[in-house]
Design a binder for this molecule. Sequence first.
Ligand code: FAD
Ligand code: NAD
Length: 467
Amino acid sequence: MTRINTKVLVVGGGPGGYVAAIRAGQLGLETTLVEAGRLGGTCLVKGCIPSKALIHVADRFASMAEAADGGRIGIRLSAPPALDLAEAVGWKDGIVDRLSGGVAGLLRKAKVRVVEGTAVFSDAKTCSVETKDGTVTITAENVVLAAGSEPVEIPALPFGGDVLSSTEALALQELPRRLVVVGAGYIGLELGSAFRKMGSEVTVVEARDRILPIYDDALTAPVQRWLEKAGVRVHLNASAMGLEGEAGDRALVVRTADGEVRIPADKVLVTVGRRPRVSGWGLETMAVDMAGPFVKVDDQCRTSMKGVWAIGDLVGEPMLAHKASAQGEMVAELIAGHRRHFTQAIPSVCFTEPEIVSVGLMPHEAEKLGMGVKSGIFPFSANGRAMTLEAGENGGFVRMVARADNHRLVGIQAVGAHVSELSNQFVHMLEVGSVLEDVAGTVFFHPSLGEAVHEASLRVLGHALHI
Ligand code: FAD
Ligand code: NAD
């Protein structure tokens, strides 16, 4: 048996854990990282990156299919494109391999020791790992828990066979002819829309009365319009009851307000949320307090046990990779004795058609907090660059939300093609405490989608120029 005594032990090599370990190593702290699967975690291996790769394939395929179907803007193809999903998935896997290998290289450079296997704790500062070379027992002064999350299962539709989680959906070798997606949240609509673009017939079943419940109606309306145009049927207020029939003649039975419906399905993708990975590795022996299903932490990611920290999906919403990484970087610096707190605005982006971005507060959220706000939108239909990108047609816009008293920005949202790339500009404006006049007084490049941000702030101030 090998024994390791380390200053910092990081559990999990996802975007939370590997960033914590790299930063701890850079700061000269002796650091050990344990990873049960592949370096990169959910994000790099079966989440953010694989899904965006597949969405890119779907976009390329859809524009070629459109060109073969009469074409637009002067581009026509004489034959429809063919999709080899196995090859596309292989291309995606190549990206994953490069990124996961890159993380290994960065950890080496930061002198982080990596142990491959599952860390199982016997008390808050001791774990053992069964590796291919035998048992490794690790004791640490500081433990950073970054065990991430896993997909939620519906009892009536256990994962397996034709019932897929996002992980299997991102590894399919053949396109399902009929795909039913249960859950119209981030994953369901990102992947559902991608499969529709690649040619599957897609139906969405959502328990609530709206799609993408985290955004307001104005932001989801363009996505709703695209789904309708693309022929994606959406059942709201609907519950999936189970799969019926034999392979090839399967149907998902769904209870709706109008009674039970049977939706023919070759595959069912269940995307009804993710839950923190809190069992199976001895968390219960560590005596940390919980906050509902999550590990409870303060604004420095300290748990209730001294020297035990927790970050990322394990500690709650938003379950996003950049939040996990930012927390990981902060915790490493706190262990090294720096002064840090986690108060940052976290941008959220949904890669639907079109994309949605939100940073800070939406108008209804600000009002709920009793904050007097002014808000205004600028539509992409009045933005020249959006027109040249064919991005102005779906009802997209930029919206600025500012305090009515001092004009300080408290939220920025956008919906439209390519708006994901504006998200960092939005979050920077919020972090530096911009007021509407700061944005109004900045010269934006022409032609650019960003000009809509300038115009939206002018509009709130009452003197938009191009509308
Ligand atoms: P994870 O990435 O889940 O990593 C945890 C790691 O810990 C895993 O590798 C696991 O093997 C390991 N582990 C767990 N327990 C142990 C143990 N006991 N011992 C050793 N190792 C252990 N977020 C975005 O910000 N943008 C996106 O576009 C986006 N798209 C997504 C698409 C999909 C399909 C999915 C599923 C998720 C997506 N997410 C996205 C969410 C994002 O992947 C997560 O928020 C992020 O990965 C969380 O990072 P983490 O480090 O907390 O945990
Ligand atoms: P989600 O929380 O985004 O959406 C789940 C949806 O399922 C909700 O609309 C919910 O009302 C619905 N639902 C819940 N139970 C249901 C049931 N029994 N039947 C039908 N519908 C039901 O969850 P997700 O799509 O699984 O994604 C998980 C998390 O992964 C996200 O919350 C997000 O943190 C992360 N993610 C982020 C991105 C991104 O940043 N672009 C992309 C994918 C995933």
